[in-house]
Design a protein around this ligand. Structure first.
Ligand SMILES: Cc1ncc(COP(=O)(O)O)c(C=O)c1O
Length: 388
């Protein structure tokens, strides 16, 4: 029997996360003794902050190794709500906070409670590759909308209004965005929220790169309304990718349904990670994270002009996350082959556009500045040799 019959039909729609394959090849080259400069990885190179690790050790010593409530450890939910109050002056009931296994867990839950088979969800292309697959998993249809420099690689209220159909159920945006690092400003997001609300849809805002913004401190979508879904994570700003812990803040009316689904899909998120995360908002941890933010900004300020100098175009200055989404059309017509050859010949790993959608992927490459500045310099030197 062929594979097609062995897996559900939806598997035909679920695409690989190519960067994971590229990462595997990079690791294989390293195992052979080759040096690789990693500019493909979407995770900070910094270790989890020491206060969080200490809290994790303590959790183990104290035996916090059992299931917790499906929506999260109540103290952690209060800490998260307190973080919004401290940073944005926002007050809301901590029962609206749902702790999840990474924001990936939050995305599954939110699609699970919103999407009926056949419903469509609008999202930007380029965008985070897994989002469309979460929609497919629920029987929905992801509608990828090509965006470009004119809208800062973000959806706009006008484009959403044009694309809306009777089947549209939700709109997903991310600020800062992966792969472009661009933000939605408050007025743009407000306008998007209004268009979606007028049409009876739901707005999902991915803020997982919140905190990794290099200009203004920014805002949270929760400032605009409390009947939208805000996704967040301990992975990026907090440097906890491998702990697999994230959260979302949901409209009060959805708490019960999400609790029910979380009980069934996950039972609970990792108890050790949740106890460890209690230390994530302490002043000592935040001081460490803010230093890292300064370091990320320095890296961006080095890498952006260096790549431009080599002929990569970056039309909109990225203000957040740790990515530069470059137009490489002056250098190649096939970004995938370019990245594979760059890895094999010079040991530089970068992510080809095809991971982020179908909007001219062959003309784009994402560089992540998740490695220290000396290595970025070495990466640029190797790129220069490769281009010669
Ligand atoms: C935009 C965006 N959303 C969600 C995720 C999922 O991250 P995690 O499950 O580690 O919170 C990522 C990871 O790269 C991302 O870039």
């Amino acid at each position: 029997m062929s594979d097609t019959f062995d897996t559900a039909r939806r598997m035909g729609e679920i695409r690989s996360f190519h960067v994971m394959e590229l990462l595997a090849r990079a690791k294989a080259l390293e195992a052979l003794g080759r040096s690789v400069i990693h500019m493909e990885v979407g995770e900070p190179d910094f270790a989890t902050p020491a206060p969080v690790i200490d809290a994790g050790h303590l959790a183990l010593e104290q035996g916090h190794t059992r299931y917790l409530p499906a929506t999260g450890l109540p103290q952690l939910k209060r800490e998260i709500a307190g973080f919004y109050q401290a940073r944005y002056g926002l007050k809301f009931d901590s029962n609206r906070v749902i702790v999840t296994p990474g924001s990936s867990g939050a995305l599954q839950l939110v699609m699970g409670v919103l999407v009926n088979p056949g419903d469509t969800v609008l999202m930007a292309d380029p965008g985070y590759p897994c989002n469309r697959n979460f929609v497919v998993l629920m029987g929905g249809i992801p509608i990828s909308m090509a965006v470009g420099p004119d809208t800062g690689y973000q959806l706009s209220a006008e484009r959403i209004a044009e694309a809306w159909s009777a089947d549209t159920r939700a709109v997903m945006v991310a600020s800062p965005s992966n792969p472009t690092g661009t933000l939605l400003d408050r007025d743009q997001l407000q306008a998007i929220y209004e268009v979606v609300k007028e049409r009876g849809g739901r707005l999902i805002v991915d803020e997982i790169y919140q905190g990794l913004v290099y200009g203004d401190e920014g805002y949270t979508a929760l400032d605009i309304a409390d009947d939208l879904f805000v996704i967040n994570s301990f992975s990026k700003y907090f440097g906890m990718t491998g702990w697999r812990i994230g959260w979302m803040v949901v409209p009060q009316s959805y708490v019960g349904a999400i609790d029910r689904l979380a009980q069934n899909i996950f039972i609970s998120s990792s108890s050790i990670a949740q106890y460890a995360a209690l230390a994530a908002f302490s002043p000592a941890t935040i001081a460490i994270l803010e230093q890292r933010r300064t370091e990320f900004r320095k890296r961006r300020d080095y890498l952006l002009p260096a790549l431009r100098e080599l002929g990569f175009k970056v039309a909109v200055e990225p203000e957040g996350a740790f990515y530069l989404y470059t137009d490489c059309s002056a250098l190649t017509t096939d970004s995938f082959t370019f990245c594979m050859e760059l890895l094999e010949q010079q040991g530089v790993a970068a992510t080809p556009g095809r991971d982020f959608g179908d909007n001219r992927p062959e003309q784009h490459i994402r560089f992540a500045y998740t490695t220290e500045i000396d290595k970025l310099r070495e990466g640029i030197a190797r790129l220069e040799r490769f281009l010669r």
